[in-house]
Design a protein around this ligand. Structure first.
Ligand code: AMP
Ligand code: GLY
Length: 431
């Protein structure tokens, strides 16, 4: 099979690494890829929102399957573009269509879906740009801590959690006026704050059956002890020790099954990954958000635990035979530590030479913001999140220790990573 992966992050590097082990693979291309994906296939310089350019490449190289990593091409309708084009109809594309991707692309759509289908989620209301007064009045009906969410995609920055209702009223006005998040914020979801502990759950579905992937916990804040600004994710642990079999069972019965039934009832044929952002409140799961893709850096912790062939799984999605597929997971724990550039998630410099990657033996290195530069193809930093280091071990603490050790031995100017990834989970471990 000739495969094209769209995306350029650590998630896509992990997907490429996993696909490269498949007996079904003939050639692999990544658009645009990064310094790490180049180890597994050929990086091609195509903008994955330029669907016509993607089509041209797919036809030129006889691509049989396109795997879409990030949400934007999905929300923009790349799957619909493929399905409606006669020349592309035999090309499998892994991801949901534009309507289904609204589960991530519109917070309002997602909340209405959850309420309609009895899926536990925070109490909410949504408001448009002509409803500033109504939105502010709704804030008065909620407890002190208020969550404001821009309806549309805002690169993970569209959520504000505010302890001061007065400030929340000012912010909601700025959002609805289009001043805070542009068009993405012209519809706002306001919801109650849920106090609990978060985890990420994932399934892959062919529209009928689904397979549950391992759960993970992501570390979103830049600073140790979960302090400072939100980032794309500073590390991930899988499995999650507080996700007991009983709790995972609740996620399946109260969230996953009602979501699948809701999709059927709404006549939405969802093919691809569903990422459930879960808040464990007491012992109950609540859905904080849906995403229409895998998480980053959760993927870098999950895929190393997957023993089965990923391309085979994707083929099951494409041919709608996922029910026949057996998925096997490694029992070991995975600890992923994200190394970033100094200054991230604010301004940072690029182009710093990275050394020591080749010497890493006991961890997997998934590149994110890296590229090969100049005549001698030196590996340099090229983004805020630079690379994810993942280690596997029977004891979570050993996996964490190994990832920290490997992260310590990779060098570049301005390197930073959180040294406390997974520490909060030690109190739940039994091993
Ligand atoms: P989202 O983009 O919806 O995932 O929100 C980003 C982050 O905001 C989540 O990962 C949570 O940490 C937090 N968050 C969102 N909604 C709520 C809520 N209703 N209660 C508490 N925290 C929330
Ligand atoms: N790690 C969170 C996300 O991918 O959205």
């Amino acid at each position: 099979m000739n495969v094209l992966v769209l995306g350029s992050g650590g998630r896509e590097n992990a997907i490429c690494w996993k696909i490269s082990q498949s007996s079904l693979l003939r050639s692999l291309f990544i658009a645009p890829g990064n310094g790490g994906t180049a180890r597994f296939g050929e990086n091609v310089n195509i903008d994955n929102l330029d669907f016509k350019a993607v089509k041209k490449f797919v036809l030129e190289k006889n691509i049989n399957m396109v795997v879409v990593g990030p949400e934007t091409p999905l929300v923009e309708g790349i799957v619909d573009f493929f399905e409606q084009d006669k020349q592309l109809q035999n090309v499998a594309i892994i991801g949901p269509n534009k309507t289904c991707a609204q589960l991530e692309g519109s917070k309002k759509f997602a909340k209405e879906f959850m309420i309609r289908h009895g899926i536990p989620t925070a109490k909410y209301a949504s408001f448009g740009s002509d409803q500033i007064k109504e939105a502010q009045a709704f804030i008065d009906t909620l407890k002190k801590t208020i969550v404001l969410k821009a309806d549309g995609l805002a690169s993970g920055k569209g959520v504000l959690i505010l302890d001061d209702p007065k400030k929340a009223k000012e912010e909601v006005k700025a959002m609805l006026n289009g001043k805070a998040f542009g068009d993405a914020g012209k519809t706002v979801v306001i919801e109650e704050f849920l106090k609990g502990i978060e985890c990420s759950a994932f399934i892959i579905t062919d529209g009928q059956s689904y397979k549950i992937l391992p759960e993970a916990k992501d570390y979103k804040r830049i600073g140790e002890g979960d302090t400072g600004l939100n980032t794309g994710g500073m590390g991930a642990i899988s499995p999650v020790p507080f996700c007991t079999p009983e709790f995972l069972d609740k996620i399946e019965t109260q969230v996953i099954i009602p979501t699948m039934k809701g999709l059927h009832a709404d006549k939405l044929k969802y093919k691809g990954f569903i990422f459930f952002g879960i808040m464990k409140v007491g012992n109950e799961p609540y859905v904080i958000e849906y995403n229409c893709r895998l998480g980053d850096p959760e993927t870098e912790a999950i895929l190393p635990r997957m023993k089965s062939d990923l391309l085979n799984l994707f083929e099951g999605v494409a041919t709608e035979t996922l029910g026949e597929y057996d998925m096997h997971m490694d029992e070991r724990s995975a600890a992923c530590v994200m190394m970033v550039s100094e200054g991230y998630p604010g301004d940072f410099e690029k182009g710093k030479e990275i050394k020591g990657v080749e010497e890493i033996q006991d961890s997997l290195v998934f590149h994110a913001g890296t590229k090969l530069s100049g005549k001698d193809q030196k590996l340099v930093t090229n983004g805020g999140r630079v690379m994810a280091i993942t280690s596997l071990a029977f004891r979570l603490e050993d996996a964490i220790f190994q990832s920290m050790k490997s992260a310590n031995s990779i060098k570049y100017s301005g390197k930073y990573f959180r040294k406390d990834i997974g520490e909060d989970l030690m109190k739940f471990t039994t091993k």
